[in-house]
Design a protein around this ligand. Structure first.
Ligand SMILES: NC(=O)c1ccc[n+]([C@@H]2O[C@H](COP(=O)([O-])OP(=O)(O)OC[C@H]3O[C@@H](n4cnc5c(N)ncnc54)[C@H](O)[C@@H]3O)[C@@H](O)[C@H]2O)c1
Ligand SMILES: Nc1nc(=O)c(N)c(NC[C@H](O)[C@H](O)[C@H](O)COP(=O)(O)O)[nH]1
Length: 255
């Protein structure tokens, strides 16, 4: 496949997204029993080859990919679009990690890739940027920056989280026009529970959900236990079969 799947092009941001109003996409892969990982956060491969490739197209269609620090620690992802043919020379997405206390492990794979492949910088890789609380000690920030990442301190909310409603403004300040939020469960939940941005407009523009035909049983749900109240109404705007999986594009309805 040398072009993005048509249904993504039809529903996701392109040149229409602006730095003033960045497009926010939530995405995850889940089992039939709504789990995104196994017990204790064990990574489970849910997506088949076709939908995994689709996920990488989605990565390349957003300026940034964002995950929570637990996903970084548990999955140790690279957050690249490396299933897309390199000869297409698509700009790599900017990895962003939400990490209030700056727990970022400096031996993570994402940083290793950045530090050990200088000739790939800007081609298939970008420097990991870590968004942390503005109360993180300067010595800790220096240690992480000396290890190769960029640290962006911001004001936290009363839960000690990076406030979902202010993420779009943070993206604007970083010159990023769109973000694909890949999880995990706590991050997805906080964005689903926050209807609007600081400017009063809708926070989440689209959700792209891969459903794999399998059961996980005990494991990590799409939203953490006890956070399944107050979730928004969703509208299905497109469903595509990709190999063994179904991929659903949804919009959040006005509350
Ligand atoms: N199947 C999938 O598509 C998929 C995708 C990503 C992750 N996962 C799975 O998710 C699990 C990790 O999920 P998790 O819920 O433990 O952690 P998470 O990745 O959601 O990270 C949570 C942490 O992020 C920080 N944070 C900062 N701002 C936040 C905000 N606004 N809201 C919430 N947290 C914020 C907090 O420190 C919090 O503890 C892993 O097991 C991983 O395998 C699955
Ligand atoms: N689309 C998708 N299907 C899955 O079956 C699965 N387990 C994830 N989980 C997202 C998670 O963060 C993964 O760990 C990254 O997909 C790691 O892959 P990379 O090294 O970044 O390519 N995502």
């Amino acid at each position: 496949m040398t072009t993005a799947p048509r249904f993504l092009v039809d529903h996701l941001p392109s040149a229409s997204a602006t730095v003033e109003r960045p497009h926010v996409t939530l995405t995850w892969a889940q089992s039939l029993d709504s789990k995104i990982a196994g017990p204790g956060g064990l990574r489970v491969i849910l997506s088949g080859p076709e939908s995994m490739l689709m996920t990488h197209w989605m990565r390349s269609m957003h300026d940034a990919i964002l995950i929570g620090v637990n996903t970084l620690i548990l999955d140790n992802p690279r957050l690249q679009a490396n299933l897309i043919p390199p000869e297409l020379n698509l700009p790599p997405p900017q990895p962003l990690i939400l990490d209030p206390k700056l727990r970022f492990p400096t031996d993570s794979r994402i940083l290793h890739e950045w530090n050990t492949k200088p000739n790939q910088r800007g081609k298939t890789l970008r420097q990991p940027w870590i968004i942390c609380g503005d109360n993180v000690p300067p010595e800790r920030i220096k240690l992480v920056e000396d290890a190769g990442a960029r640290v962006v301190p911001v004001e936290l909310d009363q839960n000690g989280h990076i406030p979902p409603s202010s993420l779009p403004m943070i993206l604007t300040s970083l010159n990023l026009r769109s973000v694909m939020i890949e999880g995990g469960s706590k991050v997805l939940s906080s964005f689903l529970h926050t209807p609007t941005r600081d400017d009063g407009s809708r926070l989440v523009d689209s959700a792209v959900v891969t459903v794999a035909p399998m059961f996980i049983g005990e494991g990590i749900g799409v939203v953490p236990l006890g956070e399944d109240v107050g979730l928004p109404k969703m509208k299905n705007v497109h469903t595509e079969t990709m190999g063994k999986d179904a991929v659903m594009i949804c919009h959040v309805e006005d509350q």
